[in-house]
Design a protein around this ligand. Structure first.
Ligand SMILES: Nc1ncnc2c1ncn2[C@@H]1O[C@H](COP(=O)(O)OP(=O)(O)OP(=O)(O)O)[C@@H](O)[C@H]1O
Ligand SMILES: CC(=O)N[C@H]1[C@@H]2OC[C@@H](O2)[C@@H](O)[C@@H]1O[C@H](C)C(=O)O
Length: 374
């Protein structure tokens, strides 16, 4: 049997709210154990720098370019990840030498799959030096070179999780991550994967709430709960070419924008965007090989009851049930970080990270760059 490795995954997602960190023991195929997880929130100052980074990254034409202040932000982001690793090791009584590898996602600052360009800011060599642990980074790039869209990468981890789901879930089962952007994974009975991004998740709601001075997100869906869906506005989002055109498999933060301020009330806007999140997933699910019966939801969107209610009602109309990942024994907050740990071990073994059915890559493709510990 191939050696089981102890891996840490680090994810800074499109919501730019902080770093998720999780430990997984795996041989890159079976998940032997899902270990503890932990989060480090960015303060408002660093979030503002990350938002500025998105604007600076708009000028990038070649992925190694770091215009403006991007190189400094990349370094500081990496150092914050090192702090997150040290805190995590300390909290769980672990040493650097207990960890075989870190899977480091970094922060996506630009994603233009049509132009073959995806940019994550992160310095793998610096993180290896700061932590004394081998680091795999840049796991999206090889996929794009081979004709894929560079995202989503989590589906192969969903496939591994699917092997151990409770037996009473009615299939077909689909995994849905509702982060800044949402994405879904269908695992066929033969293990075949169909996966793609499925529209805006929380990002428009976050931007809408923030634009009204209401904080970083709609906590508990309280604002949305006080509003009503505005059909014209919802239709405008759902008529976006992403849903009607040839299926583009992955999205960038910049592909959608919140409504103009004043177009609808704060509450109606939040409610409409929560509805759009659910409706978009259902619309994309029509591209799957079979009609899903159960949707397992992970990501921060599972904590917004209005998103969950809108999604559940629409799913029920299509004969499906929506459950939170936590209800089936999976950690919906740590799943992406767990995936990056799992992917790092697959990368070490040269196993595929992506498949024609996930990113559209021509052939199953491995990826990632190894930065050995000093
Ligand atoms: N208690 C809550 N109530 C409502 N919404 C919440 C709550 N907690 C988190 N969220 C939403 O979840 C978002 C974070 O989700 P998550 O961490 O899954 O995103 P991400 O990993 O950054 O994104 P992606 O998966 O696109 O990379 C927050 O920005 C917020 O919109
Ligand atoms: C380019 C990029 O960072 N994409 C993210 C984003 O956030 C959610 C969705 O869009 C997904 O495609 C992807 O992240 C997850 C973790 C993935 O690659 O599976």
């Amino acid at each position: 049997m191939t050696a089981v490795k102890t891996a840490i995954g680090l994810m800074s997602g499109t919501s730019m709210d902080g770093i998720d960190i999780a430990l997984v023991e795996t041989d890159g195929e079976a998940i032997v154990r899902r270990g503890p997880s932990h989060g480090l929130s960015y303060d408002s100052g660093f979030r503002a720098r990350l938002k500025a980074a998105l604007v600076m990254a708009g000028a990038i034409r070649h992925r190694a370019e770091r215009p403006g202040d991007l190189a400094r932000i990349e370094r500081d982001l990496t150092l914050l990840h090192a702090v997150a690793v040290h805190d995590f090791l300390h909290a769980h009584g672990l040493k650097s030498s207990d960890i075989d590898v870190i899977g480091f996602h970094g922060q996506t600052v630009l994603h233009r799959p049509d132009a073959g360009l995806t940019v994550q800011i992160h310095d793998g060599a610096l993180l290896a030096a700061e932590t004394g642990i081998n680091v795999i980074h840049d796991m999206r790039a090889a996929d794009m070179v081979a004709g894929g869209q560079g995202a989503p990468l989590i589906p192969v981890y969903h496939q591994a999780l699917a092997a151990n789901l409770p037996g009473d879930l009615e299939g077909p089962v689909v995994f849905v991550n509702i982060g800044g952007i949402s994405n879904l994974t269908f695992v066929g009975d033969d293990g075949h994967l169909s996966a793609f991004d499925s529209g805006p998740g929380n990002m428009l709601i976050d931007q809408w709430i923030e634009a009204h001075g209401g904080g970083a997100f709609d906590a508990g869906g309280a604002v949305a709960a006080a509003g009503a869906v505005v059909p014209d506005v919802a239709a405008r989002y759902l008529n976006h070419t992403f849903f009607s055109g040839n299926l583009r498999r992955s999205l960038d933060r910049g592909d959608f924008a919140p409504p103009a301020k004043g177009e609808v009330s704060l509450e109606d806007g939040a409610r409409t965007l929560a509805y759009v999140t659910g409706a978009a997933i259902l619309r994309c699910a029509t591209h799957l090989p079979a009609r899903p019966k159960t949707y397992i939801v992970s990501g921060g969107g599972r904590l917004n009851p209005v998103i969950m209610r809108e999604f559940s009602v629409l799913a029920a109309e299509n004969g499906a049930r929506v459950v939170s990942s936590d209800a089936v024994g999976l950690d919906g907050g740590a799943m992406e970080a767990e995936a990056w740990a799992y992917l790092a071990v697959r990368s070490l073994r040269g196993l595929p990270l992506t498949f024609p059915g996930t990113t559209g890559v021509r052939e199953p493709m491995s990826g990632g760059i190894l930065n050995p510990k000093p």
